[in-house]
Ligand binder design. Sequence first.
Ligand SMILES: Cc1cc2nc3c(=O)[nH]c(=O)nc-3n(C[C@H](O)[C@H](O)[C@H](O)COP(=O)(O)O)c2cc1C
Length: 149
Amino acid sequence: MDIKTLIVYYSRSGKSEIIAKDLQNRTGCDTDKIEYANKNKISFIGAGFEAAFRKKVKIKGAGHNPGDYERIIFVTPVWAGKISTPIRSYMSENKANIKSYSLIATCGGSEIAGAIKDAADIMQKEPAVSERYLSKQIDENTYDLAKFM
Ligand SMILES: Cc1cc2nc3c(=O)[nH]c(=O)nc-3n(C[C@H](O)[C@H](O)[C@H](O)COP(=O)(O)O)c2cc1C
């Protein structure tokens, strides 16, 4: 990959992690796995509530300085049509330090226009590239990462 890139991801149930790790393996990019600072796994209801109300939380796992990279690729599940809370929190905390970003959203079946708008509202700019991968595509290994290579 020509552009110095950092992959930043959160995954509640493993789908987004498959994408993030595959991309990491193919590109050799530095990668930060973001997690809740104070809990292991958030409940389905809790996640839906946080997403609906655009909550922010304490996070851990941001080991690299995004300001050292030309581009950040975020990988997040879609929650209630929006991005996940840990990635929302990371974006809010680091947006001033991020030059360019792309968005990969994994989801059960919906479109990701809402998640893209959500990210653009926080970051105050549109993602350079965005893509959606369905859980089914991830399970069947039929997703294509070409846009991000
Ligand atoms: C709280 C919650 C809300 C969700 N909302 C949506 C949604 O609005 N649209 C959709 O297509 N999938 C939705 N999903 C499904 C996830 O986006 C999908 O399973 C995703 O690939 C999970 O990624 P992960 O395994 O990395 O956590 C939701 C899942 C959770 C837990």
